[in-house]
Write a protein that binds this ligand. Structure first.
Ligand SMILES: [Mg+2]
Length: 374
């Protein structure tokens, strides 16, 4: 099998889990000389990032036409080497990420094997599914009820975004945030983990972060995500010294070097990674090896389409660093309509991905419907 064509397809879609906001992705379709397809995705978020990524993907695509997708490691290295002048990170990493995921999908189809098996096969007996979303209501009882509703399908925990769209206004008032945490704990019962994820609008001082986390610990906070943003090693060292809750960050890193940098601070317990940003399945897998070696946890930031979900789930099942896997609790077009065969949690557990490659069949009509520049 040879790579015949590489296409970049920016898409925009309304995300019910983000208060209906328009979100942008840059999909990549690689077609082989025997007519099969591999799909990849960059989690670009904004239209200009999607269009810029598409431009890089088109140029990088010309470099790999004629290549055998089985050579995924060499292709990944060559794309990174090509981008040496303009970026180890940023748009270049988005492009490498999307192409790499598509190459792996096609590689699996060429070898009639699951990506999961090409990565070494499953290392877990089961994979708990947890809800990850944003509270939107103004009143705390309504939010607690809303969040408990996310667990109706049997999901095993909740991650709640603070400082997000909607009327929730979480993250800005200590006493109200603690009352929220208490209400959620009471609404979902004692056993399910609660994770709190700080959005960029919330800017706690180190002292505020320490006070919040200590207060939340009374209600069993499992981890706090990006409480001090993505780059405050001294602040994180203080928070780490004064609290026992797991500290999560890392989803803004672009590559394995960035992951190693934060591991070396000794302040991160759970490293968030999106293969649609951190250089694809190859980048995510390499990062998981470092994270496991450091005896830390990796957590997929799977919050976009069925493509990144399938790629993330394959790595998650294959890596001992990963222990749970998130899902957006509200039905949404990119996760639920884009592809047939996408994994869905059953009774709060993720099945292993099935089928050659990523195991999904992308619906071209859905892609065309959400295409940015029609
Ligand atoms: Mg996050």
């Amino acid at each position: 099998m040879r790579i015949a064509r590489v296409e970049a397809i920016p898409v925009a879609y309304p995300e019910p889990n983000d208060h209906g906001a328009t979100r942008h992705l840059c999909l990549v379709r690689i077609t082989s000389d025997d007519g099969r397809e591999g799909w990849g995705e960059a989690v670009t978020m904004w239209p200009e990032a999607s269009r810029a990524t598409a431009e890089i993907v088109r140029a990088m695509g010309e470099l790999i036409v004629g290549r055998d997708p089985v050579d995924s490691a060499a292709i990944w290295q060559e794309l990174r080497a090509h981008a040496w002048w303009y970026g180890m990170g940023g748009i270049a990493s988005f492009a490498v990420a999307a192409i790499d995921i598509a190459v792996w999908d096609l590689k699996g189809k060429a070898l009639d094997a699951r990506v999961l098996d090409l990565l070494g096969g499953p290392v877990h007996d089961q994979m708990p599914a947890v809800a990850s979303s944003h509270a939107t209501h103004a009143e705390i009882p309504a939010m607690a009820e809303q969040i408990a509703g996310w667990l109706e399908t049997g999901l095993r925990g909740v991650k709640v975004g603070f400082g997000k769209r909607g009327e929730a206004n979480l993250g800005f008032d200590h006493d109200r945030d603690v009352a929220f945490m208490k209400a959620v704990r009471e609404a979902i019962g004692p056993s399910h983990p609660i994770m709190i994820d700080l959005g960029v609008r919330v800017r706690w001082s180190v002292a505020e972060a320490v006070a919040r986390v200590r207060a939340f610990e009374e209600y069993g906070l499992h981890w706090v995500e990006e409480p001090l943003g993505h780059d405050d090693p001294a602040g994180y060292a203080t928070l780490r010294a004064k609290t026992t809750t797991l500290i999560a960050y890392g989803e803004r890193e672009w590559n394995v070097d960035g992951v190693q940098k934060i591991l070396d601070t000794g302040t991160v317990d759970v490293v968030g990674i999106d293969p649609g940003r951190l250089e694809g399945i190859t980048g995510f897998t390499k990062a998981c090896e470092r994270i496991h070696a450091a005896r830390r946890q990796a957590n997929a930031h799977s919050w976009s389409s069925a493509i990144v979900l399938a790629a993330s789930l394959a790595v998650t099942w294959s890596s001992p660093a990963c222990r749970q896997f998130e899902t957006k609790p509200l039905r949404n077009p990119m996760q639920h309509d884009l592809a047939e065969g996408a994994a869905v949690p059953v009774d709060g557990l993720w099945p292993q991905p099935q089928g050659a490659g990523l195991g999904i069949a992308v619906d071209h009509d859905v892609v065309d419907h959400y295409r940015l520049d029609r």
